[in-house]
Each structure stands twice: as C-alpha cells, then as structure tokens.
Design a protein around this ligand. Structure first.
Ligand SMILES: Cc1cc2nc3c(=O)[nH]c(=O)nc-3n(C[C@H](O)[C@H](O)[C@H](O)COP(=O)(O)OP(=O)(O)OC[C@H]3O[C@@H](n4cnc5c(N)ncnc54)[C@H](O)[C@@H]3O)c2cc1C
Length: 344
C-alpha cells in the first residue's frame, strides 16, 4: 500500500525567533511551510534563557520583554497557518532521487519537504558549566546558568561569574532588585556593549577583576559562600552569597546536523550571501550561520530569514526573483486571499 504524505515547499528546522520570522515570510511568498522544534515550546534562546530580560536592540521596538516578544512573533508566524511540530529533534536527512528531502526526527517520524531552512541556533542549548569540583551539588538550587524569574533574586546577594554581554546585562538587570550584585571576571576588560559596561561601572555593582571562582561552600544545595582567587597570585577571598549566576558562554553543538555533509566552520554552517548552504535546496539563517561579520543578534537573523526564504523560493521556481518583496501595500488583500484559499 502506498502511504500518503504531505510534501511541504519548505521545512524550517528550529522555532527560535529567526525560524518564526522566516515562517511568516514563507507565508507571504505562498510557500507551504512546516516548522519543527526540538523543545516543547517556541522561542529558542529567548524563551529558554531570558523570558524576563528586556530586549532593546530591535528596530522600532524601544523595549520589550523576551516573553512578550516571542508572543508577538508567534502570532505573526501563525498568520498563514504553518504546520508546527514541537518536541522533535530532527536527526537524519536523506535527499531523494527527485531532489526532495526526507527528514527523520528522534522519534522516528518522517517529514517530507522540497527545501529546508536551518534556523537551529547553536543546536542543543548547552551552557558552559562552572569548572569547580562540587558545582553539581548546587545546580538548579542556588547555582544558575540563566535567569528564569528576576524576582527570584529579590533582596539576595547575587554573585555573577563572567565578563561577556550576558554577565554585564544580567548584572544591570538584577542590580535594582537584588540586595547586592558582585561580578567576578578573569580579565580586567568586559565584553559587550559599551553603554552597558559603563552603566555597570557607574552603579552599585561590586566588580572584582581579575578573579575567578575556585570553591563553593554550602549545605543541601544552598550556597553560603563562594571562594574567589586573584589570578596570577595566591590571594583568595571568601564572599558570603545567596545565589551564584554563571555566564561563561555556550557550547555550540549542532548535534546530528554535523553529519549531514554540510560545510561547517567553527561549529556553524557556512552560507553564501543568499543564505545557501553547500547542499542544494538547503538554506540557513540566524545564529547557526557562518559568514564574515555575521551579526549574532535577532536583528541580524531577521534579515537572513527572508533572504533564505527568497532563495528557497527561487530554487523551487527558478524564474522567481531573489530580491526581497515588501509586505505593506498588499498585506490585507494578501491575507484575505490566503484565508479564502485555505477555506476552498
Ligand atoms: C542571555 C542572552 C541574551 C541575549 N540578548 C539578546 C538581545 O538583547 N538582543 C538580541 O538581538 N539578541 C540577544 N541574544 C541573542 C539572541 O537570543 C540570538 O541571536 C537569537 O536567539 C538567535 O535566534 P535563532 O532563531 O537563530 O536561534 P535560537 O534562538 O537558538 O533558536 C534555535 C532553535 O532551534 C532548535 N533546534 C536546534 N537543533 C534542532 C534540531 N535538530 N531539530 C529541531 N529543533 C532544533 C533549538 O531547540 C532552538 O529552539 C541573547 C542571547 C542570550 C543567550
């Protein structure tokens, strides 16, 4: 018996901000779209790591919380009713003789598609763990790698280990809420946006450099103090803390996608300026892509998503132009037409 399966024009792997925006744009280009997301929810790193953090660097939106931003993106992405599959990690790729693809997820479910857009971010969302002997004893209790609820830190002494964008951002966000914030960093210079570093330096945040966390003390998962060592010396200090937040970056691990034969550099996928990967019919956008001066921000991915969609459209219909098309003039008319077609 021949089994029927729906063949999609495009399957977007990854339901983070870039995958969601690309899905919306696919609808604009009347492409039949499916999104497959590993996690039980959409929103990628934003929902996973910083639902309560304020985002300030998206054009036209002075500030918005991660959670509200994803709500709006989700609503926009659903405009053209894409099929959304959650809780499935895509593990295998097969290109068939007719040029279409079969994707298989870890559950064994198969997905059929004519093109693919990879919007998988850093792959599995894994943070670099604190390299201190008994760190596991405190993880998820008083040692954190992300901030789920800012209010959890209210009136507490929070020690932040790290010196990149996230560490600086969280130090500033927690300062008005926590009783005290201490930042410990192994270098004297901090990474991240200058205005955030200046705000941190001009605040009540206590900054210790060049220091590193070397020991944890506490009971039943609750830290009582953290020992920090001054680099290049034998000097140590014991700091009484309630909570420790570690922001040491991310492990980029594409997971099974590594084995698909795509050209990869520094753990991310090489693309040309049309967001084409080294395999015909597979495109990529967002944090997963690699090209010179790639901007690892939502705004960067928001430009790449429509470019990848336009490239996929041109791959399916070679007479199509690669240029971006505007949405504004025809939006209402387009939606009406789409709803009418969907009903028919
Ligand atoms: C703490 C923090 C704060 C940040 N603050 C800002 C900010 O203020 N402004 C800003 O512009 N950027 C910020 N960023 C960066 C921003 O979050 C990323 O640039 C953005 O999330 C990239 O979106 P994406 O869709 O490419 O990838 P992601 O958000 O990483 O989403 C990728 C999705 O793909 C899924 N996936 C991966 N592999 C598979 C697979 N095989 N099968 C199915 N699904 C898969 C993952 O589960 C994930 O949900 C911040 C990042 C962090 C960590």
């Amino acid at each position: 018996m021949v089994q029927w399966h729906q063949l999609y024009d495009v399957t977007i792997i990854g339901g983070g901000p870039v995958g969601l925006f690309a899905a919306y744009y696919c609808g604009m280009r009347e492409m039949n779209t499916k999104i497959i997301e590993f996690l039980p929810h959409l929103g990628g790193k934003v929902s996973y790591f910083y639902p309560e953090k304020m985002i300030h660097d998206i054009g036209g939106i002075p500030q918005i919380s991660g959670e509200n931003f994803i709500k709006q993106l989700e609503q926009q992405a659903k405009t053209f009713d894409p099929t959304i599959i959650l809780n499935q990690q895509v593990t295998e790729l097969t290109k068939q003789e007719d040029g279409t693809f079969v994707l298989t997820s870890q559950s064994g479910e198969k997905h059929y598609t004519r093109t693919i857009i990879l919007a998988t971010g850093f792959g599995t969302l894994k943070t670099v763990k604190l390299d201190v002997e008994n760190a596991n004893d405190y993880e998820g209790k008083s040692l954190h790698y992300s901030v789920d609820k800012i209010d959890y830190f209210r009136d507490k002494h929070v020690l932040i280990s790290g010196g990149g964008n996230s560490a600086v951002d969280w130090a500033n966000a927690l300062e008005p809420v926590a009783r005290k914030v201490t930042v410990v960093h192994r270098r004297d210079e901090f990474g991240g946006l200058e205005c955030n570093i200046t705000a941190m330096r001009n605040s009540s945040i206590s900054i210790m450099t060049p220091y590193t966390v070397t020991a944890l003390t506490g009971e039943a998962g609750q830290l009582s103090s953290v020992t920090v060592s001054r680099l290049g010396t034998s000097a140590t200090e014991e700091i009484i803390v309630d909570e420790l937040l570690v922001n040491h970056g991310f492990d980029i691990d594409l997971g099974p996608i590594k084995n698909w034969g795509l050209e990869i550099e520094n753990g991310t996928i090489k693309v040309d300026r049309n967001m084409k990967t080294s395999i015909d019919g597979i495109f990529a956008a967002g944090d997963v892509v690699n090209y010179t001066h790639k901007l690892k921000l939502i705004a960067g991915g928001f430009a790449e998503g429509p470019t990848a969609v336009n490239s996929a459209k041109a791959y399916l219909e070679p007479e199509q132009d690669l240029i971006a098309l505007y949405s504004t003039h025809h939006h209402d008319e387009l939606l009406r037409k789409h709803k009418k077609l969907a009903k028919a």
